[in-house]
Design a protein around this ligand. Structure first.
Ligand code: BES
Ligand code: MN
Ligand code: ZN
Length: 499
């Protein structure tokens, strides 16, 4: 995937494929657009006068201007009302255009940088969002199709801008966008891969492969080492499966006196059947993506290896299957976690928190200034927030603020949920230190309370159960895995302590 940023006018040669973003307000009067070639602009003005294309958000018109010397195609994409525009509007517009073009089998195109001429958002942000949308919009998962159809991957995207000044900044933004999108695609691929092909050891192999390619350190603890460590939560969940567990440690950079350490923890349940507290059959197949937190961490670290922020980053992934069998964990069992705390297991389907407890304890040895865990943890979070935002809980307002801003900027939104004393009380156990479920109500919050018992550092928990997987095609994501969390982690590290 090659991304270019060039100064000049789009359509000057009137050939190839050109994506042009237009606002509802755009009339394309003589001289009003600095980036459109005057002849193309005149033609588009006459198209607008027909009134069929009104610039409505994510609407498309595909045009084949006559009289062009070489084959030429113009895709108009609506950016909506100027006043409502955000970089994510640009990401969406680029996404729907790219999706259309992928179906046509188009591998190279020119595009305007959506929102750039408004002057309301940093130019590098507009470039980054346009690149992300264009790369992610054409995504499809066809690894298992004998005939992948016409879907193609983008080869070259050329962003056209009118001014020469600031082109370096635009190129930097485009490059960050390329790295973030590639990492999001990796995360989507991992989450979409079925459980028979992505086992805990398979996930560890993918993490190690990514690390090697990007010069990151990677250590994988096998079952023996996990036993020696005393990770009772991870071992308990994996007991029902023939597949041995893994504990994956990824590392970017190193600790230094003037450098902070951040730890990202990702839930890596490669298939969640619920265990003995088995789930209903309907839509159980989707639980192959219960390792989306792990995918976000692996993708996040891949991008971070490229964006090179001045911070030490550790990724921790407890990986296991959750299956019922004669050796499986049972309701009523009491287990001892790495922290020494005991847990009474009420429901074996609340397995994510058991393996995260060990990872959160393990995180302490890195002396982190902040820990962010990402997990497809509760159906209750999907009920609360739907697919529009990940649920955010935590114990440190400053870190929560940083995470929220990063998510907002990256189009990878999170929304705060509370964890109060009342939620802690709901998980008191009569016979152990804590129990693993808190009853029917406020399920996302009692899960948050459970995790909070294992941290003693600034910490944020992101419940991505609703955002990691979508049931309908989105503007820059076909139905299935979204790669949620990757862009947030990239943005969080990029701006860490700089502002
Ligand atoms: N992996 C699921 C949560 C989930 C549900 C993720 C839907 C994505 C979509 C998790 O392990 C789980 O089963 N949680 C239970 C917890 C309950 C038993 C307290 C749930 O939400 O029902
Ligand atoms: Mn479960
Ligand atoms: Zn689960």
């Amino acid at each position: 995937m090659d991304i270019q940023v060039k100064s000049g006018r789009i359509g000057a040669e009137m050939q190839g494929t050109m994506v042009v973003g237009l606002f509802e307000e755009d009339r394309l009067e003589e001289g009003s657009s600095p980036v459109l070639d005057p002849a193309l602009q005149r033609y588009l003005r006459s198209v607008l006068l027909c009134g069929d294309f009104k610039g409505k958000k994510n609407r498309l018109a595909v045009l084949y201007p006559s009289g062009a010397a070489a084959p030429a195609r113009v895709v108009l994409v609506g950016l909506g009302a100027q006043e409502k525009f955000t970089p994510d509007t640009g990401r969406q517009a680029a996404g729907v255009a790219a999706r259309k073009l992928a179906l046509f089998g188009v591998k190279d195109f020119f595009s305007t940088v959506h929102g750039l001429d408004l002057g309301r958002f940093a130019p590098e942000w507009c470039a980054q969002a346009t690149v992300e949308g264009a790369m992610l919009g054409g995504y499809s998962f066809n690894l298992y199709k004998s005939d992948p159809g016409t879907a193609v991957r983008l080869d070259t995207l050329t962003l056209m801008v009118s001014q020469r000044i600031g082109i370096t900044t635009l190129r930097a933004g485009a490059e960050t966008g390329r790295m973030a999108a590639e990492a999001t695609i990796l995360a989507r691929d991992l989450s979409n891969t079925p459980g028979n092909d992505l086992t805990p050891s398979g996930l560890a192999d993918m993490a190690a492969k990514m690390a090697k390619k990007n010069h990151l350190r990677c250590t994988v603890l096998t079952k023996n080492a996990i036993e020696k460590e005393g990770m009772g939560g991870l071992l308990a969940v994996s007991r029902g499966s023939e597949e041995p567990p893994r504990f994956i440690v990824l590392e970017y950079g190193e600790p230094a006196e003037k450098r902070d350490t951040l730890v990202f923890v990702g839930k890596g349940v490669t298939f969640d059947s619920g265990g003995v507290s088995i789930k209903p059959a309907e839509r159980m197949e989707e639980m192959k993506h219960d390792m989306s937190g792990a995918a976000a961490v692996i993708g996040g670290l891949q991008a971070i290896a490229g964006t090179k922020p001045d911070v030490h980053v550790v990724g921790l992934i407890p990986a296991t299957e959750n299956l019922p069998s004669g050796s499986a964990l049972k309701p009523g069992d009491v287990i001892r976690t790495l922290s020494g705390k005991t847990v009474e297991v009420i429901n074996t389907d609340a397995e994510g928190r058991l393996i995260l407890a060990d990872a959160l304890t393990y995180a302490k040895r890195f002396n982190p200034v902040g820990v962010v865990d990402l997990a497809t943890l509760t159906g209750a979070c999907v009920v609360a927030l739907g697919h529009a935002a990940s649920g955010m809980m935590g114990n440190d307002p400053a870190l929560m603020d940083a995470v929220r801003t990063a998510g907002e900027t990256a189009g990878d939104r999170v929304w705060p949920l509370p964890v109060w004393e009342e939620h802690h009380e709901l998980i008191d156990s009569h016979i152990a230190d804590v129990k693993n479920t808190g009853g029917r109500w406020g399920g996302a919050l009692t899960a948050g309370a459970f995790l909070e018992k294992f941290v003693d550092y600034p910490w944020v928990h992101l419940d991505i159960a609703g955002t990691a997987w979508i049931e309908k095609d989105g503007a820059y994501c076909p139905k299935g895995a979204t790669g949620a969390g990757v862009r947030l982690l990239v943005e969080l590290t990029r701006r860490w302590r700089k502002s």
